[in-house]
Design a protein around this ligand. Structure first.
Ligand SMILES: [Zn+2]
Length: 250
């Protein structure tokens, strides 16, 4: 089953589940009786694109699946701040599709693909407390599971931690965002996890460190995450997000 086929699968599975146990409404459009309707599920399974303008501070390839608006925005907000943990499977799949573009790019460049080490942008302690979970890390774990089911080696490597508190980025200018997050992250552990699978597989490429986040705006947060990892001796290869505030190229 391809990653995109799985969007249909989850739409059907969620429908059955919610009808039986958990009366709810589509987090994207409000249609009653279903967690995510088929139209909104399709929005979470599009073609990944490079978030060029959004990555201007980040300076490395950043892949996104959808523009941050409409149903995708509503689903992300409902998952993060609306207590809709049932949406993790959709957003994990969306992130997995975005990550599949990193693998394709890596393969095109080197003729090989290695394991993806997914490093979530760290959430603040207050966010984790308020939400009751580290929702981004949970989404990244789901994405790794989806990738594994499609034969792509990936796993979550929580190598960053949040340092000082930052204010909400919403409403800040590009420069303001950069200043707001500057120095706000630190390396949680310096050693990379030991590669999984066939460690002596000569056909496999080197592991790639890929930052993952839910949304990219200016890339200031990803740039700060890359800076923190570089301080620990780790070079970030790329980033993948679910949505970008502006779709600039495909
Ligand atoms: Zn919908």
């Amino acid at each position: 089953m391809t990653l995109r086929d799985r969007a249909t699968f989850w739409s059907r599975a969620c429908h059955d589940f919610t009808e039986l146990i958990l009366p709810t409404s589509c987090a994207g459009c409000g249609q009653p009786g279903i967690a995510v309707c088929s139209d909104c599920a399709a929005d979470c399974a599009g073609e990944p694109f490079r978030a060029e303008a959004g990555a201007r501070y980040f300076g490395r390839p950043c892949w996104a699946l959808a523009p941050y608006r409409g149903s995708v925005q509503s689903i992300i907000v409902a998952y993060k701040d609306g207590g809709r943990s049932d949406l993790r499977k959709y957003l994990g799949l969306a992130l997995a599709i975005s990550l599949s573009a990193v693998v394709e790019e890596q393969y095109d460049r080197t003729g090989r693909s290695g394991e993806l080490l997914l490093v979530p942008v760290p959430s603040s302690r207050s966010s984790i407390r308020r939400r009751g979970a580290d929702v981004l890390a949970d989404c990244a774990r789901r994405a790794a599971t989806e990738l594994a089911a499609s034969g792509i080696r990936a796993r979550v490597a929580p190598m960053l931690r949040s340092g000082r508190a930052v204010r909400d980025q919403v409403g800040l200018s590009a420069v303001g965002r950069q200043r707001n997050v500057s120095g706000s992250m630190a390396v949680a552990r310096r050693r990379l996890p030991i590669p999984s699978g066939k460690r002596r597989d000569a056909t496999a490429g080197p592991a790639s460190i890929v930052l993952v986040d839910d949304v990219i705006t200016t890339g200031a947060t990803l740039a700060e995450a890359a800076r923190a990892l570089a301080g620990g001796g780790h070079r970030v290869d790329a980033a993948a997000v679910i949505a970008a505030t502006t779709k600039t190229s495909s």
